[in-house]
Design a protein. Structure first.
Lengths: 339, 859
């Protein structure tokens, strides 16, 4: 109870603080992990003994740097709060070691087999756990990761070089409890800007190598009507809409009670600002949500002659039970008055 | 001409606390007893008798003086004749005494008084008259000082001019019989004129009151509390009724004044937590008239739940308390309510920006009196206008409390008190969006608590010496706390609490107190939320509720905690008093017994100096969440503590009392949460140690009165915990090394009252967050705590000011007050706020300047 009261107090007190919200991407961030179960398309939660692939969506302000990572897949200890703790390590785990990826632009991906039902039951586990670190421009700090996983709090840094950006990441992967009605990943059906389809050229994502400045050159080739859909710095907020299929809000049963999933939407952008960092889609009859995004001000542009500012958007949806989907979009924020 | 003569013959002091006792050889045998002192003598009428009037007649009376100083019984010990006996007894019943005291506590006592009737010789014939009197200020009956008085005859000729003394008294002699005009030149209070008729050989006594249209009759409350509080503790601190509502920074709230006492730590944000000598808030307990209450403040510290104007006093036992109290290892705060007024109807009504209340009290018959109070907050009129639009207010914060008390004196031996009091707090917010940092905090936030105590207290004198007191309380309680879908606590209880206590003197030197008390509570409670962590030492607790495993428990049980206790108060010699006590408790929720022996020795080294030593064991059951079968461990043991204390008290001068106390406490079998909440969730492996010293000074006018009062206290202490074998010692969550508090209130002329309270306190420890882990399933960051309580907030300091102006009218008074908390708007740090991924931090600041303006009427 005390924790809740303190949370309320802290939350209330924090209202007036000027921290950047989670929706503002200003440094290296892991923002989602997605599980793919071999031979079971769409499944979010594996069964025991399934082969699974886990990948992480990692973003940064502007261009994403080269990444290296190290993970441990394990059966978790039966803890109830704090950082999860590994009980039994799962081996082998492809991609878990700190070997630099062959493709320097690769995103973190690992593969391993879920333990047997008997092993999970013996450990009182209803999930498997992946813990580790993701680092930019260098290897992770294996010794400090080891200390972190063992629950020590002294001298921990995710990366071998403390000057490199890095993140400790923990991912709980629930084991499917109802194989006849398994949990499936939600999907993002559509993302719209001002009620219309997202304008090109970033309507299917943004090239990882695309520079943050100079995007005006890319949109100059578009029809004028499409160019004008890219916002001007300091202009009025734009409305962004996101919808999921009705089926993404799956019914499920907990302790004999019928529930329907609620889709949590995380809004992320490396420029401008959202009204809120999180939204929720709760009604299967209206499976969409709107939010407002304010373009960055004029002084946020690199220089007047840099040719606009490319803002990367990432939208992540979660069903709260392990299912996840994400998409990336981009907008070129133009200087005012055609500068 | 008759005149009277009297002589007080203190033959013996016979009684101790509330017990009339038989005479002994003399007062020298009982140096701890201060005999009653006659403060108001009433002259008896010389009776009409047949025959020759004797020149001197003596009547010896045995007078029983109550703890309130009033005469409760008069018996003739040696007769002077029926007529003289009756006249003397009638006069003696109107005497008023300063009550006898036993170790500073007022006690009932019996005194032998020799009343002498003398037939004085007739005086020589006198041809002139006298005019004497006092000039007072009408608003508060204080002396007007050295005002000029002009006395003129019927022709208007000034015959005498004189100046009153500093105490307002004057005396004009040798005035011819006749009519006079008296003019008092009162300066800013205006002039006063009166006609007086003087007679030869007589003195005319007058009282003039400046500054009022009529004589001021307002005297304040006349009720008197009759409550036993045996002085069995090494340290007991008491705040008297006169001071309860006048301390700056408390907004006239008596319970807030407790924070000024030595040994009491400052709770963050002014939350109503009682942190006593390094003990966790849940280790201390609140009582109202001997019955435990679940909460004492509305909304965590805003206002206390019992109206301060209906209180008699507050007793605070910071440690080594009597076996009368149990189930706690920290301190005890006992609130004693005031008996309703028996002289006439009184009342108070107040309105401020926070709340409004009214109290009324008065006699129904000569044996029955009644009082009541009702308060309601006004926040619901303000808050919806200042909250952001995306926070929908379904139920603005509202609190209500009520008090109803009936006093009944069916016989001379019995006193029955029936009272009902309760409190209800309610708040509901609807957060339309998740907060920017935490997706879990959204939806409906609800906070609702209530309790309704119904209490019967029957006190009866058994024979001449023994006494019994029976108290029974039944009180439904309710709590509902919710935070979106992530947390919900809903509980219904019916607290029944009963106590029977018998106080029996055994000979002259021993008094026994035997008692039993039973706490029983049927509980129907459901909890859904994250696994509760330890009540103390749980680290930063900054993580999001999202991602924390939800646990659930549904409790439908009855907790029964019976206890018996026995205490003996032995007077070994004329300076040494030894108090031995034994208490045995049973806690049904963990099926465990506890036996607690306690001992206290009081050495009255000199009449103005006492030394006290105490040692004792104290036991406490685990908290609900710690012993619950689903989220806790029902196999826990009671928490144990040993208290060792030593105190020295010195009444250096009549206006000041000094005290020094040292204390040491060791705790063991503390329930501590297992790492990361692994089963069995709690184990009794925690220990603790607390040690320190307290210095205190209390100042008041040497001759009593209300002109000023002040407190100065300093506490130096250290409170540490160890959460398991091999774990390092760490600081307690609210360890405050230095606590310095100074409070002073002065009542100026014309009823201006100004006071201030200043505190300097070490900052509370805090636990830094050194890193975080991204939880990809829930899209939140889990903080990684550094060493628990390894940092400390900066020094806290704050000044509170209170200004009050009171106007006293004929039968009522009006007060306008301004209470300013944090007068110079110091930005004290209470903690640290982190951003969503704990990579940035900023100080969490405490409450800013808070002025509260109010007006109060008193009948």
């Amino acid at each position: 109870m005390r924790a809740v009261l303190l949370s309320m107090l802290w939350t209330t007190a924090a209202c007036s603080e000027s921290f950047l919200p989670p929706s503002a991407v200003v440094d290296l961030r892991a923002v989602a992990a997605r599980v793919v179960v071999d031979g079971k398309p769409g499944r979010a939660n594996p069964d025991p003994e399934d082969e699974i692939e886990v990948s992480w969506l990692v973003i940064d302000e502007g261009r994403l740097p080269e990444l290296q990572w190290a993970f441990v897949a394990c059966i978790p200890a039966p803890t109830r709060f704090g950082t999860p703790i590994c009980q039994d390590v799962i081996t082998p785990c492809e991609g878990c070691d700190a070997t630099p990826p062959e493709n320097p632009l690769a995103l973190p991906v690992i593969r391993f087999q879920v333990p047997t039902e008997a092993e999970l039951e013996a450990a009182e586990a209803t999930s498997v756990l992946v813990q580790g670190a993701i680092c930019a421009n260098g290897p992770p700090g294996l010794a400090s990761i080891d200390r972190f996983i063992r629950g020590e709090t002294d001298d921990i840094d995710p990366c071998e070089d403390p000057d490199n950006e890095g993140r400790f990441v923990t991912t709980i992967i629930p084991i499917e409890i109802d194989d006849t009605d398994p949990n499936l990943h939600p999907t993002i059906a559509d993302v719209r800007l001002e009620g219309a389809p997202w304008p090109p050229p970033y309507d299917q994502g943004v090239r990882r190598s695309a520079p943050q400045s100079g995007c005006s050159a890319e949109i100059e080739m578009l029809p004028e009507s499409d160019q004008e859909r890219h916002p001007v710095a300091g202009s009025q907020p734009s409305t962004i809409g996101l919808s999921v299929p009705r089926e993404s809000l799956q019914p499920f049963t907990v302790a004999g009670v019928e529930e329907i999933e609620e889709i949590q939407v995380s809004w992320l952008a490396d420029g401008g600002g959202f009204d809120t960092s999180f939204s929720f889609i709760s009604d299967p009859d209206f499976p969409s949500i709107l939010t407002a995004w304010r373009p960055p001000p004029v002084d946020a542009l690199p220089t007047p002659d840099s040719g606009g500012l490319l803002v990367r958007f990432n939208f992540v949806v979660r069903d709260g039970r392990g299912g996840v989907d994400f998409v990336e979009r981009g907008l070129c924020v133009r200087p005012p008055n055609g500068e | 001409m008759l005149r009277w003569g009297g002589a007080l013959l203190l033959a013996c002091v016979l009684a101790s606390s509330a017990h009339a006792q038989r005479p002994s050889a003399g007062t020298d045998d009982k140096p701890l007893i201060t005999p009653p002192r006659l403060v108001r003598f009433v002259e008896a009428d010389y009776p009409d008798i047949e025959g020759e009037e004797p020149s001197e007649v003596a009547v010896e009376l045995d007078i029983v003086v109550g703890k309130d100083g009033l005469v409760t019984k008069v018996e003739v010990a040696r007769s002077g004749g029926q007529a003289f006996d009756e006249a003397a007894a009638a006069a003696a019943r109107q005497f008023v005494f300063e009550p006898a005291r036993k170790d500073w506590e007022p006690i009932a006592a019996r005194v032998r008084y020799r009343y002498v009737f003398e037939l004085a010789p007739p005086p020589d014939e006198i041809t002139t008259g006298w005019l004497s009197g006092t000039v007072l200020l009408a608003e508060d009956d204080s002396p007007a000082g050295m005002v000029l008085i002009e006395i003129s005859d019927e022709e208007g000729e000034l015959v005498k001019e004189l100046v009153a003394g500093p105490d307002g008294t004057f005396f004009a002699t040798d005035l011819e019989p006749g009519s006079y005009e008296v003019r008092v030149l009162g300066g800013e209070y205006g002039d006063l004129e009166a006609s007086e008729e003087l007679t030869a050989g007589e003195r005319t006594q007058v009282i003039y009151r400046l500054g009022a249209k009529r004589a001021a009759a307002y005297k304040g409350f006349g009720a008197t509390g009759v409550v036993d509080a045996p002085p069995r503790e090494v340290i007991k601190r008491t705040i008297d009724r006169e001071e309860l509502t006048r301390i700056p920074g408390t907004r006239s709230d008596a319970l807030r004044a407790v924070e000024l006492l030595p040994g009491v730590a400052r709770p963050p944000f002014g939350l109503g937590l009682l942190i006593v000598r390094g003990a966790a808030p849940q280790d201390s307990e609140f009582f109202i008239d001997g019955v435990s209450v679940p909460l004492i403040f509305h909304f965590g510290g805003l206002t206390s739940v019992y109206n301060s104007f209906l209180l008699e006093r507050i007793d605070f036992f910071p440690g080594n308390f009597s076996v009368r109290y149990g189930r706690r290892t920290g301190g005890i705060l006992e609130v004693t309510t005031r008996d309703p007024a028996q002289d006439m109807i009184h009342g108070v009504a107040e309105i401020s920006v926070i709340d409004t209340f009214i109290t009324l009290e008065g006699p129904i018959t000569d044996k029955v009196s009644i009082s009541g109070g009702l308060r309601r907050s006004l926040l619901d009129l303000i808050l919806p206008r200042v909250l952001p639009d995306d926070i929908g207010v379904r139920q603005a914060p509202v609190y209500v409390d009520y008090q109803l008390k009936l006093n009944f004196l069916p016989t001379e031996r019995d006193r029955v008190r029936i009272q009902a009091y309760g409190s209800n707090d309610r708040l509901e917010l609807l957060l339309e969006e998740a907060t920017s940092d935490d997706p879990a905090i959204r939806g409906q936030t609800q906070f609702s608590t209530s309790f309704y105590n119904n209490q019967l207290d029957w006190k009866r004198r058994l024979g001449d010496k023994a006494e019994q007191e029976i108290a029974v309380n039944v009180g439904p309680q309710r709590i509902d706390l919710g935070l979106g879908d992530q947390f919900r606590l809903s509980g219904r209880f019916v607290q029944t609490y009963s106590r029977g206590e018998w106080r029996i003197p055994v000979g002259d030197r021993v008094r026994l107190i035997a008692g039993l008390d039973v706490y029983a509570a049927p509980i129907d409670l459901t909890f859904q939320g994250p696994q509760p962590r330890g009540g103390e030492g749980a680290g930063s607790q900054q993580g999001s509720l999202a991602g924390q495993e939800q646990v659930f428990t549904d409790v439908d049980t009855t907790i029964v905690r019976p206890a018996i206790y026995l205490e003996s108060d032995l007077r070994l010699d004329k300076i040494t008093q030894l108090i031995l006590g034994l208490r045995a408790d049973y806690f049904s929720e963990i099926d465990a017994f506890a036996v607690n022996p306690r001992a206290t020795t009081i050495f009255s080294v000199r009449p103005d100096m006492r030394v006290k030593l105490g040692v004792g064991l104290f036991s406490q059951p685990p908290e609900f969440q710690e012993s619950d079968v689903n989220i806790g461990n029902p196999n826990l043991d009671p928490i144990q503590a040993v208290h060792v204390g030593a105190g020295w008290e010195y009444d250096a001068i009549p206006a000041a009392q000094f005290g020094v106390e040292g204390f040491y406490k060791y705790l063991w079998d503390r329930a501590v949460a297992t790492p990361n909440g692994e089963a069995p969730f709690y184990v009794t492996q925690g220990v603790g140690r607390i040690y320190g010293a307290e210095l205190s000074m209390r100042v008041r006018p040497p001759k009593g009165g209300r002109q000023y009062f002040g407190y100065l206290s300093y506490t130096l202490s250290r409170s540490e915990r160890k959460d398991g074998p091999g774990e390092p010692w760490r600081l307690f969550d609210f360890d405050q090394t230095h606590i310095l508090t100074a409070a002073f209130v002065y009542n100026f002329k014309r009823n201006w009252e100004i006071g201030g309270t200043f505190r300097i306190v070490s900052g509370n420890p805090n636990t830094p967050v050194i890193d975080s882990v991204y939880d990809a399933l829930n899209d939140v960051y889990i903080p990684i705590d550094g060493r628990v309580n390894s940092l400390r907030n900066p020094l806290f300091h704050r000044l509170d000011i209170r200004v009050q102006k009171k106007w006293v009218f004929d039968r009522w008074a009006l007060a306008l007050f301004l209470d300013i908390r944090n007068a110079y708007n110091q930005q004290n740090q209470e903690g640290i706020i982190y951003n969503y991924d704990f990579s940035q931090q900023t100080p969490l600041l405490g409450l800013p300047i808070i002025p509260a303006l109010g007006v109060r009427g008193e009948l």
